[in-house]
Design a protein around this ligand. Structure first.
Ligand code: F6P
Length: 407
């Protein structure tokens, strides 16, 4: 038997199911017997909660739908496996289950936290000389994975963000009096998503006025002074700010308004409310009309506006992981390498999971302007190819159709 297993983990993206399809289809094409899907990631394995993917994806139409379905088809988790040392019984149990299901290769689609799971499983597998191969398939809208040029999921989120920012800028210009709009973007401690708002600028759009990334310390007084200068010069001021911006004492800006209570298994605080807090400060200081626009989950589930490049690369990274595992590779994560700028082209390679798990890749300092209020052209140049072309949803009764897990 050559069974494989695949799980999805961490925050979803609009194209994470294209990677799932890449794993499923490639494994089947290469002779896998059963391709199991883990329900809610590694937790599904521990709970023996899995599905035979051939009962879910039955024909070409299902494949087309899966590719166009946002969020994680199998369900996700934010579950941290314990350290191997002192917790061998957890790993004995996992490997017992893998043996029971006759698993030949294990694929995990996730970001830097989720790659911790691949790292621990492949380390333990190596220790007990297990023949099972463990491969990571990269995904995250945050684009903060080390080594890879970018991560599947980022391009579609960036496309949605840039398109929505253009629309917000138009809306802001509608009245004959000033409006200050603050848009809040996800991305935790990396500013890649927020930087994508810069792509709104073009011959039909003036672009955002300021961009604040978490890579630079946020100074509230300077921010308010700059807004004060701007709204006197122009009717509509639009500012993009990362959910992860921090003030000099290390607190997140959103924590200045509210205490953050929720912390996930990887120790990440739930970040939200930055735009509301800043818009409130602007209104308080200048008495001007403000809007706080938190894109929140919209930016990661907008499957009606995915980038074709992103969908293709998501599928390819899944497929490459299977190919690599079937050729004997383990303990690696598939990466993308940009081999040509014009025309844009990326190829897949792989990297040792130890260099990727739990590591956050930030926006390089030289791509941010001196006073930390905007990004520079090379960053726009880096992002632009990733948002190109579209995949059209399959519309039914006026709405995009999705594929739903049947259990
Ligand atoms: O990791 C991706 C991400 O979308 C981050 O940008 C964001 O901070 C986080 O997930 C939100 O996660 P959750 O869905 O657990 O609230």
């Amino acid at each position: 038997m050559k069974n494989v297993i695949v799980g999805q983990s961490g925050g979803p993206t609009a194209v994470i199911n294209s990677s799932l399809l890449g794993v499923y289809k490639t494994a089947k094409d290469r002779g896998a017997d059963i391709v199991y899907g883990l329900v809610h990631g590694i937790k599904g394995l521990l709970d023996r909660d899995m599905v035979d993917l051939s009962t879910q994806v039955k024909n070409d139409l299902d494949m087309d739908l899966l590719k166009r379905t946002p969020s994680s088809f199998l369900g996700s988790c934010r579950y941290k496996l314990p350290d191997i040392k002192g917790n061998e019984s957890t790993y004995e149990e996992i490997f017992k289950i893998l043996k029971e299901y006759e698993i030949y290769a294990f694929f995990y689609i996730g970001g830097n936290d989720s790659m911790d799971t691949i790292k621990k499983l492949s380390d333990y597998g190596e220790k007990i000389k297990s023949p099972i191969r463990f491969m990571g398939v990269p995904k995250t809208i945050d684009n903060d994975l080390a080594i890879t040029d970018h991560t599947p999921g980022y391009g579609s989120a960036a496309k949605y963000i840039a398109a929505t920012t253009k629309e917000i800028i138009r809306d802001g210009l509608v009245y004959d009096y000033p409006v200050v709009s603050v848009i809040e973007l996800m991305g935790r401690n990396a500013g890649w998503l927020t930087a994508a708002t810069a792509l709104a600028a073009g011959e039909d759009c003036e672009g955002v006025d300021m961009i604040f990334l978490p890579e630079r310390i946020f100074d509230l007084d300077k921010f308010l002074d700059k807004v004060g200068e701007l709204y006197k010069q122009k009717r509509s001021v639009v500012i993009a700010v990362s959910e992860g911006v921090k003030v000099a004492d290390g607190r997140y800006v959103c924590e200045l308004a509210d205490h953050v209570d929720y912390v996930d298994a990887f120790g990440h605080k739930q970040l939200a409310g930055t735009a509301r807090f800043l818009a409130g400060k602007v209104a308080e200081k200048y008495g001007v009309k403000t809007r706080a626009i938190e894109l929140s989950s919209l930016q990661r589930c907008a499957a009606h506006i995915t980038s074709r490049i992103d969908v293709t690369e998501a599928f390819n990274t899944g497929g490459s992981a299977v190919k690599a595992a079937f050729e004997g590779m383990s303990g690696q994560v598939i990466t993308l390498k940009r081999v040509s700028e014009d025309p844009y082209m990326c190829i897949t390679e792989s990297a040792d999971v130890h260099f990727i798990a739990n590591v956050e890749k930030k926006v390089p300092d030289e791509w941010i302007n001196k006073d930390g209020t905007n990004i520079l052209e090379p960053l726009v140049h880096y992002i632009r190819p990733l948002i190109q072309s579209e995949i059209t949803p399959l519309w039914v009764d006026g709405l995009p159709r999705h594929l739903i897990l049947q259990k």
